[in-house]
Write a protein that binds this ligand. Structure first.
Ligand code: FBP
Length: 263
């Protein structure tokens, strides 16, 4: 990894990535709770909140919508991704090159999913290697969605598995490791320790209530995590600004979940 604190996607050493690649990964069903979010502009508007340091989207969405937001939003281009319309061992197609993302679309950072433990891990790691080395040439941070899954894994939230996922990000040269929250600050601390100098951020997950969600983020920060990469827990809320205000307090100001909700 390289120091990335001077990157536009980092604020005071922390990050809050707003992810909106769900239309590909899960399908339009994820937009049903707040139907207007099917229009990517609605979520880009949310991404202009000061708490958000970057928005993670796929190439097509970036090409079509980012030009209208480039003054207000930092772009994290997700390089690989796939639909859930097919079945089989986890895998992800490389949909965008590093050169195209940075030179043609103006990406400030790059994102790549690695399904450690999948029978396709070797191929994905080799694809990551090419992208990571090219990212270095362009001096843009590389975020790894480090999501162990596949037929060999019984529990992809097991603390040991999450610590391994965080370590994989360090070993393979990511700058930020995005991992699922392993259930407690103690377990998260193991992942943070395993990742060494790599910043570890928690993945948002499916929508929960405000307190439960903020408590997890508080736990992540207490464990030495550096923030959050979140989608549904922000834009599936009727008032995403409120939760982003609270996240801003927890992530950048060290507030507890209770304090953030009382403001
Ligand atoms: P959420 O906060 O909505 O979970 O989004 C984070 C994310 O990593 C997205 O980038 C991605 O589309 C989604 O989760 C994938 O979730 P999963 O593979 O666990 O279904």
């Amino acid at each position: 990894m390289r120091p990335i604190d001077d990157s536009p996607i980092v604020r005071d050493g922390k990050v809050l990535i707003l992810a909106m690649d769900h239309g590909l990964e899960h399908g339009p069903v994820d937009f049903e709770p707040v139907p207007e979010t099917i229009d990517p502009s609605t979520v880009f508007d949310v991404g202009t909140h000061d708490a958000v340091t970057a928005m993670a989207v796929q190439k097509g969405v970036a090409e079509a919508y980012y030009p209208s937001y480039e003054d207000d939003v930092n772009l994290l281009m997700k390089l690989n991704g796939t639909s859930n319309l097919w079945m089989g061992e986890p895998d992800s197609a490389v949909n965008c090159s590093v050169d195209y993302a940075v030179e043609e679309v103006g990406a400030d950072a790059l994102g790549f999913t690695l399904y450690g433990g999948s029978n396709n891990e070797i191929e994905m790691a080799e694809e990551f290697r090419k992208a990571q080395e090219n990212a270095r040439k362009h001096d843009v941070p590389m975020v790894m969605w480090s999501y162990p899954r596949g037929q060999g894994l019984k529990n992809d939230r097991d603390p040991e598995t999450i610590a391994y996922a965080a370590r994989q990000a360090l070993e393979l040269g990511a700058d930020i490791a995005k991992v699922k929250y392993p259930g407690s600050p103690e377990n998260m601390e193991w992942a943070v320790d395993a990742a060494g100098k790599v910043k570890v951020v928690m993945s948002g997950g499916s929508k929960t209530d405000d307190y439960a969600f903020l408590k997890q983020v508080e736990g992540c920060m207490a464990a030495g995590g550096k923030g959050l990469a979140v989608g549904r827990n922000v834009w599936q809320r009727e008032n995403p600004t409120e939760i982003l205000d609270a996240l801003e307090a927890v992530i950048y100001e060290g507030a507890s979940a209770e304090e953030a909700l009382d403001r």
